[in-house]
Design a protein around this ligand. Structure first.
Ligand code: NAD
Length: 337
């Protein structure tokens, strides 16, 4: 393998430093300095260069990090199942390659189903219920450890404080996306503009910033919403509980959560493609922001067999939509290699 030229080394260092700055602004300050599409493009370029020249990988490279930075203002809580990010596919070819990859790990799988869900542009949170009562709400954090924000989470009206069930499982974890509807995001920014405060860049940063507010009263005034999309019941051997993602979404709805109705059970790549195209234009009419679709293998046994990489579940992928505007700022730091 050819070794990296000084130009390539310089490019890698430059990408690393730009991405580190952007990540800090995005996750810690909730105030991004570049568009997401630009970030994704630069990240992909760095990943490709590091694959080609592994000797250039450093432990502080953004590609070696699992998730967000944690704030010291909240108590840290370890997730008992990691709450990792999702691998991205930026087009259907990449999606097909992902399918081929997982099929190589489980070659005996002849029949399978996917659940397609909209990718809501908000902040992932994990809720724990004990004997039906909400006891804890935690941010995704770095995927392994999150921040305890129970008081803030209790202000979200679509999160039940008690599950609607006469015989709730002893311990349930529900994960989903806290988000700000576009109208609410605009109202908050108008209010901020009126008082001369700096504005939120987008609904996703506004949601993340709101969840980490130290004053729950401020959180309460901003009407966050929550779509549930993951269910973990500790007593998994009990066969009366859901054994697939699709059944889980229905179960979540039954026990009192808001579940996004725009989901689809797919049997083939063609079905996934159709869902993806269908929502590409229609998503602009939704009252909340989406930036892609999430495709998950339906069967829990197959999910378990595939497991996780260091950063992602192998049984799900985010199929992203192309950015709305041209990524202009990427030009400023492009070096020919
Ligand atoms: P991600 O947004 O690409 O995907 C993972 C997340 O999707 C999950 O954690 C969850 O919160 C969310 N999600 C929404 N709907 C879901 C559903 N139905 N099922 C499961 N998950 C669902 O990954 P990420 O790690 O949260 O963030 C990385 C992204 O952040 C990058 O794509 C990048 O664009 C952006 N970013 C931007 C900047 C910037 O400077 N603009 C900096 C850092 C990161």
């Amino acid at each position: 393998m050819a070794s990296a030229t000084p130009e390539i080394q310089q490019r890698v260092e430059q990408l690393r430093s730009e991405l580190q700055k952007a990540s800090y602004a995005y996750y810690v300050l909730d105030n991004p300095i570049m568009e997401d599409a630009v970030y994704d493009q630069l990240y992909r370029e760095l990943e490709n260069l590091e694959t080609q020249y592994p000797e250039l990988i450093t432990p502080d490279s953004p590609t070696q990090r699992v998730g967000d930075k944690l704030s010291e203002q909240f108590t840290s809580v370890k997730h008992h199942i990691p709450l990792y990010s999702l691998e991205n596919a930026f087009n259907l070819e990449e999606f097909t390659r992902w399918q081929e990859r997982w099929q190589r790990i489980a070659p005996e799988t002849k029949q399978f189903e996917y659940v397609c869900e909209l990718k809501i542009d908000g902040s992932a949170i994990a809720l724990t219920y004990e004997n039906g009562l909400l006891v804890r709400g935690v941010t995704r954090g770095d995927g392994v450890v999150g921040e305890e924000i129970t008081q803030n989470i209790k202000t979200i009206r679509s999160i039940p404080l008690r599950l609607q069930s006469d015989h709730p499982p002893a311990r349930v974890e529900v994960r989903g996306e806290a988000f700000l509807p576009v109208e609410e995001f605009e109202r908050i920014n108008q209010e901020k503009a009126a008082t001369g405060e700096s504005l939120f860049a987008n609904p996703r940063n506004a949601a993340a910033g709101t969840l980490r507010q130290l004053d729950p009263k401020i959180v309460d005034r901003r009407r966050l919403q929550f779509f549930a999309y993951t269910l973990y019941i500790v007593d998994t051997e009990n066969q009366s509980y859901p054994q697939t993602q699709w059944e889980s979404l229905e179960f979540l709805q039954k026990i009192g959560f808001l579940v996004n109705p725009n989901r689809k059970l797919c049997q083939s790549l063609e079905d996934v493609e159709q869902y993806y195209q269908h929502w590409d234009t229609r998503r602009r009419n939704l009252p909340y922001m989406t930036d892609g679709v999430v495709v998950k293998i339906n069967d829990y046994d197959l999910q378990k067999q595939l497991g996780f990489t260091q950063k992602f579940p192998r049984w799900a992928i985010a199929l992203k939509y192309a950015a709305e505007e041209a990524p202009t700022r990427v030009k400023n730091i492009t070096v020919n290699v």
